[in-house]
Design a protein around this ligand. Structure first.
Ligand code: COA
Length: 179
């Protein structure tokens, strides 16, 4: 972005305009409303939701992005294991429609993945999502049908980020609580 492009400069926040903080109980109603707007009535049947029904999210990674001091986006992380390795499942990631395409989603993904993968014993961050969005952020496709969720899921949408580059090819098993 340069000063010669004033229109775009208006729509992309400067780093000063975007800030990241931990979620608090005051955010609950806003997050629930955003969940409904983002995923609609089918949200309770989604495979990732079914995992979160069984395993509590890790509050220390539940994060909000604000733009100009207003809530813009939310992400949560659930501690899971696959095939005996501990990691996190990222999601839901949601940006308020009025704040989309300003980098809040990408900033939250980077923030929580950096924090999670720096923790001792954490081998991966996994999610169910679009490769077109998450691929450029460092996620890779997993082996189709190698990772099993408690509800049907399109295997092409199961993506993983790991320090070990071979993990996307070797990770296999049921999504389960930490071992
Ligand atoms: C996906 C979502 C979180 C992105 O939030 P955001 O804050 O707008 O994301 P960013 O600003 O970091 O990135 C925006 C870019 O990603 C693109 N993008 C958004 N969703 C995408 C998708 N599903 N596939 C590919 N690209 C996508 C946008 O078109 C935009 O592209 P541009 O930079 O070329 O204009 C937001 O669109 C959303 O809440 N969607 C509904 C819920 C959802 O689908 N969550 C993800 C579930 S896995």
């Amino acid at each position: 972005m340069t000063a010669t492009s004033p229109l775009l400069a208006e729509t992309i926040p400067t780093p000063a305009a975007l800030s990241i903080r931990l979620e608090t109980p005051d955010d609950d109603a806003w997050i629930e409303a955003l969940h409904e707007v983002s995923f609609g009535p089918g949200r309770f049947a989604r495979a990732a939701y079914r995992v979160r029904e069984r395993i509590a999210v890790d509050d220390s990674l539940s994060t909000i992005a604000e733009i100009d001091g207003e809530r813009a986006a939310s992400v949560r992380m659930t501690p899971i294991s696959v095939g005996g390795l501990n990691g996190y499942m990222l999601g839901p990631l949601m940006t308020d429609p009025q704040f989309r395409k300003q980098g809040a989603g990408r900033a939250l993904v980077k923030h929580v993945c950096d924090l999670a993968l720096a923790r001792p014993g954490i081998a991966f961050v996994l999610l169910v999502g679009d490769f077109a969005y998450y691929g450029p952020l460092g996620f890779e496709r997993t082996v189709p049908s190698a990772i099993r969720f408690p509800a049907p899921v399109d295997p092409a949408r199961i993506l993983v980020m790991a320090a070990d580059a071979s993990l996307a090819e070797t990770l296999t098993g049921d999504v389960a609580p930490w071992v």
